[in-house]
Design a protein. Structure first.
Lengths: 160, 78
């Protein structure tokens, strides 16, 4: 009976192929405008999302390092102090807009407390969180250049 | 082993090579890694390199002996 169900499953459900067995996908060579928000594309199934998020967590953890990763898991955010604006901190949270926090008496250069920044192609939330962390820490000018100030918090549209 | 991590909607995929072994396969993998990194940079991606156990954004020339590179997605506002 178990063999029958196994056969039935394999016949009717294409099992997800591990990411490493596929040809390497280079997302910057493709256009993604047609993909709905918070989606990886029409060809992605629940199993693909699950595998992608597991993959993303592995690399995000390695990119951030154990201390920063544990801080994110414990507190839900990580603060990156600005080098351009003394007294200002970027609070990064997985899958959400950057929260700009200022010490008392410090004026923000932006009119609103949130910066909306997305990847230009779809990525799992935790993977992009690690990317955003590197930008905020090592290339703040890019955050300043592209960040779209927003009055409210919201989930990002290009991550899932 | 050295490796290039390519972040994409699959989470990530990896290209690996052993810089201490001079074989046709290794040379091909190194050439492919360099091509991918150069192309990604031209299209607006950033690249990080693992230095002393930590990833840092890197703008230097491709080094086949590096422990690990990672392609970082370009970002856009809104």
């Amino acid at each position: 009976m178990a063999r029958f169900f196994d056969w039935l499953l394999r016949r009717h459900v294409e099992l997800p192929i591990a990411a490493q067995q596929r040809a390497i996908e280079l997302p910057w060579t493709q256009r993604w405008y047609h993909i709905p928000k918070r989606s990886a594309g029409w060809d992605f199934r629940a199993e693909d999302y699950q595998a992608a998020r597991m993959n993303a967590r592995m690399v995000a953890k390695e990119t951030l390092g154990p201390d920063a990763w544990n801080q994110v898991r414990r507190a839900g955010y990580i603060d990156v102090p600005s080098r351009r604006f003394p007294g200002l901190t970027y609070r990064l949270r997985i899958g959400r807009r950057i929260e700009v926090r200022c010490r008392p008496g410090v004026d923000s250069p932006w009119p609103f407390p949130y910066l909306c920044i997305n990847p230009v192609y779809p990525l799992p939330e935790e993977e992009f969180f690690a990317h955003l962390y590197l930008y905020a820490r090592d290339n703040e000018d890019e955050i300043i250049r592209v960040g779209a100030p927003q009055p409210w918090d919201q989930r990002l549209g290009r991550t899932f | 082993m050295s490796r290039l991590i390519i972040a994409n909607r699959r989470g990530h995929q990896v290209l690996e090579w052993d810089p201490s072994v001079d074989t046709e396969e290794t040379r091909e993998a190194i050439a492919e890694a360099e091509r991918i990194i150069n192309d990604a940079r031209l299209r607006g991606c950033a690249v990080s390199r693992k230095v002393e156990g930590q990833h840092v954004l890197d703008t230097g020339r491709f080094d086949p002996a590096a422990e690990e590179y990672q392609i970082i997605a370009p970002i856009a506002g809104g």
